[in-house]
Write a protein that binds this ligand. Structure first.
Ligand SMILES: Nc1ncnc2c1ncn2[C@@H]1O[C@H](COP(=O)(O)OP(=O)(O)OP(=O)(O)O)[C@@H](O)[C@H]1O
Ligand SMILES: [Mg+2]
Length: 462
């Protein structure tokens, strides 16, 4: 990769020396500037890959210039060069986002190696979209991380059950990896190259779920201007993952039962019955046995689904997996946010391992993601992960506009989390904790509200 390098130093000799080293040994493009203010005015996003900065310059010091150009292009790689070697300035420069720190006098090799390192790093980051996809795929293929006894037993069960066509019911608390397990079941099965179709039974409203699942014929209802295949037909030969099955409305449960029993279904408005060859996997965080007692879940459907039961252990039952998971998520988010963070401090690992995560692996993942966002060194420290302000995106926002300075995803999550918590809290207060009434007031399904309450970590009694 041919890089574009900017060198800023008030000493002309230094500019000459550096650019000569680079030009003699590499094919990178070099621009030099001896006035920091001019350098700033010429700096535009995307025109340089790497900036060498002198630390002491008249008019504006290197750290200040570093801050300014980072504002213009947050992902710019900056290497500080200075004769004033001191650990504090080095740390400060790295804190402000410098990639590295080189002290004068330096060896030719040191400069060339640093350039290589930076450009390689940038190349990796620019491939980050494909890497991200690779990562997503790895996850999609059911990459369950962990080496605890519980996770080993689970993986064994998955391998045993996967090649059969038996229906599997996956249960477990929110965020324990039910969806990941479902994908693993597909990945280890003979149907791995066939469609894997997910239906989220909560997200789809009652009146569209039937046509969504079974399709419809032309003219079945207003707007049905041609035949449309349902997800069941699309999944034919493959796997159908019924996520959040506990939220499926009662009438649909009956229709689903028929599909499970006979392998038959009828498109909405159609007269012909169709057949489908499908492997079913269902997941829920409800206690279906008690839902049956309450009369909201069909017992016969439950027995159809509960042929093989996989129980996902909560994170508290496999604490020893926390370090491994934490490193896995560190890699993922360092890549995603293009940050050069490669380790987690002992202290952080210890704190994480004794922390309670009611939201299980998902919450641990969010915690690490936040840590990566706030981390300003190469190592994830306790303060990055558990600092007062960082702990929850929403509470980190002191004033209305605080989120404006956060990275996009962080900002969106912060605003959304706050919205959910406040909205639901108010809703529950007004209905004295009565969920049915709250759902009615809000104009949403009861089950959906339940899910939101869980996600926001609220109790209906609150
Ligand atoms: N063992 C694991 N290894 C790696 N990542 C995991 C593991 N378990 C869960 N995750 C990650 O945690 C997040 C939540 O997992 P998933 O969506 O499968 O949970 P879930 O049980 O379906 O949760 P919910 O009930 O809230 O839908 C995902 O990002 C997933 O990749
Ligand atoms: Mg899920």
């Amino acid at each position: 990769m041919n890089g574009r390098i900017l060198i800023v130093d008030d000493e002309a000799d230094m500019l000459v020396l550096l650019s000569r080293i680079i030009k003699e040994e590499t094919r990178h493009q070099v621009t030099t500037e001896n006035n920091p203010k001019k350098a700033l005015s010429l700096f535009k996003p995307g025109i340089f890959d790497l900036v060498f900065l002198d630390l002491k310059m008249p008019g504006m010091n290197g750290i200040e210039l570093l801050r300014q150009i980072k504002k213009i292009q947050p992902d710019i790689s900056v290497v500080i060069i200075t004769a004033y070697a001191s650990i504090e300035t080095a740390v400060e420069a790295v804190r402000e986002g410098a990639f590295e720190y080189i002290t004068k006098p330096f060896e030719r090799e040191r400069i060339l190696l640093t350039i290589d390192k930076v450009l390689q790093w940038r190349e990796m980051v620019s491939e980050n979209i494909s890497l991200r996809e690779a990562l997503a795929e790895k996850e999609a293929s059911g990459h369950l991380i962990g080496s605890s006894r519980r996770i080993k037993i689970l993986l064994d069960q998955i391998r045993q059950v996967a090649p059969t066509t038996a229906t599997v019911l996956i249960t477990g608390e929110s965020g324990t990896g039910k969806e990941l397990a479902a994908r693993a079941l597909c990945q280890f099965s003979l149907r791995k190259d066939k469609p894997f179709i997910t239906i989220n039974c909560t997200a789809i409203s009652e009146n569209v779920i039937e046509s969504e699942l079974f399709g419809h014929v032309k003219g079945a209802f207003t707007g049905a201007w041609k035949d449309k295949k349902g997800l069941v037909e699309i999944a034919d030969g493959g796997t159908l993952f019924l996520d959040e099955i506990g939220d499926l409305d009662f009438a649909m449960q009956t229709k689903l039962l028929r599909l499970l029993q006979e392998g038959e279904f009828k498109p909405v408005g159609g007269i012909r019955t169709l057949k489908a060859d499908i492997r079913f996997i269902a997941a829920t965080n409800h206690n279906l046995e008690s839902d049956i007692q309450k009369g909201v879940f069909r017992e016969d459907l439950f027995y159809r689904l509960n042929v093989i039961r996989l129980e996902m252990p909560g994170l508290s039952q496999r604490r020893e997996d926390i370090p491994m998971l934490a490193h896995h998520f560190l890699k993922k988010y360092a890549l995603l946010y293009a940050k050069n963070i490669h380790s987690i401090s002992e202290d952080t690992l210890r704190t994480l391992s004794s922390h309670v995560f009611p939201g299980n692996v998902r919450e641990l993942e969010n915690t690490i993601e936040r840590g990566v966002v706030f981390c300003r060194t190469h190592c994830l420290e306790v303060n990055d992960v558990f600092a007062e302000g960082n702990s929850r995106g929403s509470e980190a926002m002191e004033t209305e506009a605080d989120f404006l300075t956060l990275p996009f995803r962080e900002a969106r999550n912060a605003v959304m989390n706050r919205f959910y918590r406040q909205y639901i809290q108010r809703l529950l207060q007004n209905s004295n904790g009565n969920i049915s009434r709250a759902a009615e007031t809000a104009g949403i399904q009861r089950q959906y509200l339940h899910r939101l309450i869980n996600q926001a970590g609220l109790e209906p009694e609150e």
